[in-house]
Design a binder for this molecule. Structure first.
Ligand SMILES: Nc1ncnc2c1ncn2[C@@H]1O[C@H](COP(=O)(O)OP(=O)(O)OP(=O)(O)O)[C@@H](O)[C@H]1O
Length: 668
C-alpha cells in the first residue's frame, strides 16, 4: 500500500461523515463570498450616486445575518470534523493495538515501548491532521472557483494576478517536499527517543537510585532533549518558512493588484465596489493558498508517519491499519459488518485478502464460540477444578489413535484449537531460534511430552531455557523445526498455544492496576472458573486471606505492591485458573522461597490430574519428581533422563544438583 492509497482508504472509511464534513466546510468557506458581494453592492451604489437600495442598518443586518449563519455552519463543521477525526484515529490506534496483541509476545513491537507510544500518539495525530485538512482544502477550492468566476467576469487580467502567486506557491511547496520529509522524520525520531528515555527512567527509578546514576541519567536526558530541540527547530523552521512564502507571495500579489487597480480606476474601467471585492476576496485567497500549502505539508508529513506505522506492524500488510473494525461508537457490527462484506467482495474479485485484524477477530470469535460450545465436552479439565473425571473420560474418547494414523502432513493444525483434541503427545523436532542481536538462542531441539507427564528443563544461566519455552509456544518465531500435537503439525504456534491447549506463566510476572481477582481472571467469567482451586494450587490462599480486601485488593503499579513471590504466584494462579492440556511454567524459583515452591510443586503433582506440565526449574523439589529432565547447554540439549539417571551420567546436571546444596538450599 502506498501512502496515497492509505490516505484515500482513510477518507473512504466513513463516506457519509466525510461528505457531511466536506459539505459543511465547503459552505463555511463559500459563505465568505456573501459579505464581499454585499459590500461591493454598497460601494457601487455610493459611487453611482443613486439612491441606496438599502440603508446602513439593513446592510449591517445583512452582514450580521451572514456572520450568524456562518457561525452556525462552523459549529456543524466542528461537530462533523471531530467525529470524523476521532473515528479515523481511533480505528488506526485500535488496529495497531490489535496487531501488537496478535504478534508473538516477545516480538510484539520492533522498538522500545516509549517509541511505540510516540508512534501511537504523534504519527496517528499527524495522519488525522492531513485527513482533516483535506476537507478545508476542497472547501477553499470551491470558494476559489466561485470567487474566480465572479472576479473574472469583473476583470480577467486582474484576476490573473490573484492566482499567479498560487501557482508559484504550489511549485515552491513541491520543491521543498523532500526537505520537509527529511526534517520531519528526524524530529519524530528524536521525539521517540526522548519518550523512550522518559519511560525507561520511570520504570527504573529504583535501579537508578541504587546505582547513584541520577546525574548521568539526567545528563543523557538533556542530551536527547537537546538533539530533539535541534531537529524540531529545523522542522519548524522549514514549515514556517514555507508558510511565510505562501502568505508573502500573495501579499506581494495584493500590492501589485492595488497599483494596477489605481490605473484602471483612473481610466474608469474599475469601480470602487470592484476594488473592495478584489481586496476582500484576496484575503481569503491568501488563506486558500496557505491552507493548500499547509495541506501539502501535512500530507508529506503523513507519508513519513505512514512509513513509521508500517514499521510498527513489522511486515504485516498495511491494509491491516485501515481494516474496518468496531471502535466503541455506534452499534457494533454496523459499519463493521458492512466493511466485512466489502472485503469479501474484494476477495471474490481475486484480490488476495490478507490476514487482517478483522479476520483475526472473526477467527477468534468463531473459535470462542466453538470453545464455549465444546466446554466440558472435548476439553479435559484440570484436577484443581471440579468435574474432572467426566471430562477426562470424554477427552479420552475424543482422541482416536486410529484416526490419528490417517492424519497426513497436509492436515496440519490451523489456529482452531478444537481440531487439536486432548493432548496425547507433543513433539518438537529441530526447533531453533537465534536472537538477531546476539546470535544466541536454541538450536535443533528435539522434545517429546507424553500426556500427563511432568518435564523439567534445566541448565545454567543463559543456556536457552526461556528461549526454548517461548519458541515452542510461538512467542518467538522459530527459524527452523516443527511442532506436532498428537502427530499433527502446528502451523501457527502463537495462535495455537493458548487455552484450552496450553497456559503459560512467564518468568517475570506482569500485573495490571486492577483488583487481584481481575488480575487472575483476566476476563474469564468467574462462574466458568475455579478461582479457589487455582488460588490453592498456586499457594496463594493464605496471602489473599491476609490482604484487608482479599481478592478485591487493588494491585499492580497503582495498587498494593505485592512481593515478587506473591506476584509470581498470582501469575501462576492466572495460568491455573484456565483449563488447559499443557501447563508451562518458566522458572518460578526466582522469587519463591524453597518451602513455598515445594508446596506449589507438591500440589501440582497431586492435583494436576492428567494435565501435562513443562517446567523450567533448577530446584530439587521439581527435579526429583520429574518424569524427565532436559539439561540445556549453549542452546542445545546436553542430556536428558530422570534425576537418578542424570546424576549418574551428566556432569552439568550434577553441578546443578549439588550446586543447589552448596548454595545452602535444603529444599529436599
Ligand atoms: N532478547 C534477547 N536478545 C538477545 N539475546 C538474548 C535475548 N534474550 C536472551 N538472549 C540470549 O540468548 C541466550 C539464552 O537466553 P535464555 O533467556 O533463553 O536463557 P535461560 O537459560 O532462560 O537463562 P536464565 O536462567 O537466566 O533465565 C543467552 O545467551 C542470552 O544472552
Amino acid at each position: 500500500m502506498k501512502p496515497r492509497h492509505f490516505f484515500i482508504r482513510l477518507l473512504s472509511l466513513h463516506p457519509v461523515l466525510y461528505l457531511a464534513n466536506l459539505v459543511a466546510w465547503t459552505l463555511i468557506h463559500m459563505s465568505l463570498l456573501i459579505p464581499g458581494l454585499i459590500t461591493k453592492k454598497y460601494f457601487d451604489q455610493l459611487e453611482s450616486h443613486t439612491q441606496l437600495g438599502y440603508g446602513v442598518w439593513a446592510l449591517a443586518s445583512l452582514l450580521i445575518g451572514a456572520a450568524l449563519a456562518r457561525i452556525a455552519i462552523i459549529a456543524l463543521g466542528f461537530l462533523t470534523d471531530v467525529h470524523f477525526r476521532f473515528r479515523t484515529s481511533m480505528l488506526l490506534r485500535r488496529n495497531m493495538l490489535a496487531h501488537v496483541l496478535n504478534e508473538p509476545g516477545a516480538r510484539a513491537i520492533p522498538c522500545s515501548p516509549g517509541e511505540a507510544i510516540s508512534n501511537f500518539r504523534d504519527d496517528i495525530d499527524q495522519t488525522e491532521e492531513a485527513i482533516s485538512w483535506s476537507v478545508d482544502s476542497l472547501g477553499l477550492v470551491g470558494f476559489a472557483i466561485v470567487a474566480g468566476y465572479i472576479l473574472i467576469s469583473i476583470d480577467a487580467q486582474m484576476t490573473l494576478f490573484v492566482f499567479v502567486p498560487l501557482v508559484l506557491v504550489v511549485a515552491a511547496a513541491q520543491i521543498a517536499t523532500a526537505r520537509i520529509q527529511k526534517y520531519r522524520a528526524a524530529s519524530r525520531e528524536a521525539t521517540a527517543r526522548v519518550t523512550s528515555s522518559i519511560s525507561e527512567m520511570f520504570s527504573n527509578v529504583q535501579a537508578i537510585q541504587v546505582a547513584g546514576a541520577e546525574s548521568r541519567v539526567v545528563r543523557r536526558f538533556v542530551e536527547l532533549s537537546d538533539r530533539r530541540r535541534q531537529t524540531m527547530v529545523k522542522d519548524k523552521l522549514i514549515t514556517e518558512a514555507l508558510s511565510s512564502v505562501f502568505t508573502n507571495s500573495v501579499n506581494l500579489g495584493t500590492g501589485v493588484i492595488l497599483v494596477l487597480a489605481g490605473y484602471k480606476m483612473r481610466s474608469g474601467t474599475f469601480s470602487v465596489g470592484d476594488l473592495s471585492l478584489f481586496v476582500y476576496y484576496l484575503t481569503f485567497v491568501t488563506q486558500l493558498i496557505s491552507n493548500l500549502g499547509n495541506f501539502m505539508t501535512f500530507y508529506k508529513q503523513m507519508t513519513v508517519s505512514f512509513k513509521r506505522l508500517v514499521t510498527m506492524i513489522q511486515g504485516a500488510p498495511a491494509s491491516l491499519l485501515t481494516a474496518a473494525a468496531y471502535i466503541g461508537v455506534g452499534k457494533p457490527g454496523r459499519n463493521w459488518g458492512e466493511r466485512r462484506s466489502g472485503q469479501n467482495k474484494a476477495g471474490k474479485t481475486g484480490k488476495k485478502a490478507s490476514r487482517t485484524v478483522l479476520d483475526a477477530e472473526t477467527e477468534k470469535t468463531a473459535r470462542q464460540t466453538d470453545l464455549d460450545k465444546g466446554a466440558g465436552k472435548t476439553t479435559r479439565r484440570s484436577g484443581w477444578d471440579a468435574g474432572s473425571s467426566a471430562a477426562e473420560a470424554s477427552a479420552s474418547a475424543a482422541y482416536s489413535p486410529a484416526a490419528d494414523g490417517l492424519i497426513t502432513a497436509a492436515s496440519a493444525l490451523d489456529t482452531s484449537g478444537l481440531q487439536a483434541g486432548p493432548l496425547q503427545k507433543l513433539e518438537a523436532r529441530g526447533l531453533s531460534y537465534k536472537y538477531p542481536e546476539t546470535g544466541r538462542g536454541i538450536q535443533g531441539i528435539n522434545l517429546e511430552l507424553e500426556r500427563g507427564s511432568f518435564t523439567v528443563i534445566t541448565g545454567m544461566i543463559g543456556s536457552g531455557k526461556t528461549t526454548l519455552l517461548r519458541t515452542l509456544l510461538g512467542l518467538l518465531p522459530a527459524s527452523s523445526g516443527e511442532i506436532r500435537w498428537n502427530g499433527r503439525r502446528v502451523e501457527k504456534p502463537a495462535d495455537f498455544f493458548v487455552p484450552p491447549q496450553s497456559a503459560y506463566t512467564a518468568q517475570i510476572p506482569r500485573l495490571y492496576s486492577d483488583k487481584l481477582r481481575d488480575n487472575i481472571l483476566l476476563g474469564l467469567p468467574p462462574e466458568q472458573s475455579s478461582l479457589a482451586g487455582a488460588l490453592h494450587a498456586a499457594v496463594l490462599e493464605e496471602d489473599v486471606a491476609r490482604l484487608e480486601h482479599g481478592l478485591d485488593t487493588m494491585v499492580g503499579p497503582r495498587g498494593v505492591k505485592l512481593s515478587g513471590g506473591q506476584a509470581q504466584r498470582t501469575a501462576a494462579a492466572r495460568m491455573l485458573v484456565r483449563d488447559a492440556e499443557l501447563y508451562v511454567f518458566d522458572d518460578l524459583s526466582s522469587a519463591l522461597d524453597v518451602e513455598t515452591e515445594r508446596k506449589l510443586w507438591e500440589r501440582l503433582f497431586r492435583e494436576r490430574g492428567e494435565a501435562t506440565c513443562l517446567v523450567v526449574s533448577h530446584r530439587k523439589a521439581a527435579l526429583a519428581h520429574a518424569d524427565r529432565i532436559i539439561v540445556l547447554k549453549n542452546g542445545t540439549i546436553e542430556a536428558s533422563g530422570t534425576a537418578e539417571q542424570l546424576l549418574a551420567t551428566s556432569d552439568s546436571f550434577r553441578q546443578l544438583w549439588y550446586g543447589e546444596e552448596a548454595g545452602g538450599d535444603t529444599a529436599d
